[in-house]
Write a new protein. Sequence first.
Length: 483
Amino acid sequence: MANPDRLTGLDSSFLHLEGAVTHMHVGACAVFDGEPPSYPELLEHIGSRLHLVPRYRQRLALVPLGQGRPVWVDDPHFQLRYHVRHTALPHAGGEPALKRLAGRVFSQALDRERPLWELWLVEGLADHRFALLSKTHHALVDGISGVDIVSVMFDTAPDPAPVAPPSSPWVPRPLPSSSQLLADALLERATVPAEILRGVRRALRGPRQVADKLALGLAGLGAMTWTGLQPAPRSPFNVPIGPHRRFTWLKASLDDFKQIKNALGGTVNDAVLTAVAGALGGYMRLHGHATAELELKAMVPVSIRDDAERGVLGNRVAAMWAPLPVGVIDPAQRMALISKAMAGIKQSGQAIGAQVLTGMSGFAPPTIISQAARLQAHQRLFNLVITNVPGPQIPLYVLGRRLQALYPMVPLAQNTALGIAIMSYHGTMSFGLNADYDALPDVEALVDQLHSAIEALLAAAGGSRTPPRASAAARRRQMRAVG
């Protein structure tokens, strides 16, 4: 049996993708109503629930000579105060100050010698609000399991019942020796590959016969490989990046996107991709880039986590390649093109093919995984990452304070200066835009374009509910960008 504490092939690929300018942590900026809790109060609150997420007290242990993927081990020097931090904005700081702080926090890599997460309590936000900035390494968590962590760490009522304490105090397990790590890895390499066929059958489980599912999986694998290997076109979003980030956001209505998909056809995710494509096209034209007949390509992670795996950390995601016709001005036409393309992608079996690869990556030798991850980082296979994660649709609370908004963050790959993460929460759709600091200094102009694209889609769907965002300051920013 494989060591349950060993990283999967997909989890470890995020370690190989990380470099001096590519920090592979996911994150979020959560904004709350009310006065902030005291730092000791928040420490006590988080500490009382750590037993529900034991990975948060574990760090990586590397196998000697690179003969196996790392394993999670208990951190004998775990200190909660190192991971839960406390800071404040300037007096009555507004959202621009919070965005600047979030960009700086998200620009800092996590220390691999410690458990791979941080939580920042941010005081000083205007209008009697405060924020929590969270960072968790992608090797530890994907978007869907991240939602499960939020559900554990947050409450669903202002005055919840106390969380049951652990049956015994936490005592870290002894660290394994280097020889033990090496011996365990070599034993697994000699025995676990015999399980590969079972893993593929499990990945393709369903009502069909195994032979039919295997044929479907191989067809999907071919479709995904052919689509993925087509190079993405050149764009201002694909340039060398540095280690620093700008982070900004936009909050929209989930009902607006449901109205769009009901009127124009397709899915909510199609409507999201259509809005993003419209924003990217508008931003490019604003900067003098030709977009006629241009189709960018987005890498869209999809969850392959079933209900039985909810609450289990680690990554259970695969990739699909979504076309973004940024040159199509008419929003209804753009929506129709994207909906048709996404339906075709689903029928082609790309997701099933990606699931096969995800399952098989767990059996690849570490050196192959490392080289494959680095190869992917250097190829222009996509223009940006767009991830859409369904979040909880009920109000959440921390120490009686209600969560007002949750803006997610997706990391940037090498030569990719923009990533867009979307999360639904209690009737809202929150867009988090993570951008390279130097490549997109006017990322707020892109947010203005996103707002305009959503408004145009709503108008095409026969309604308009999103409040106007564009201001005189925004128009001046756009004029400066053009000049």
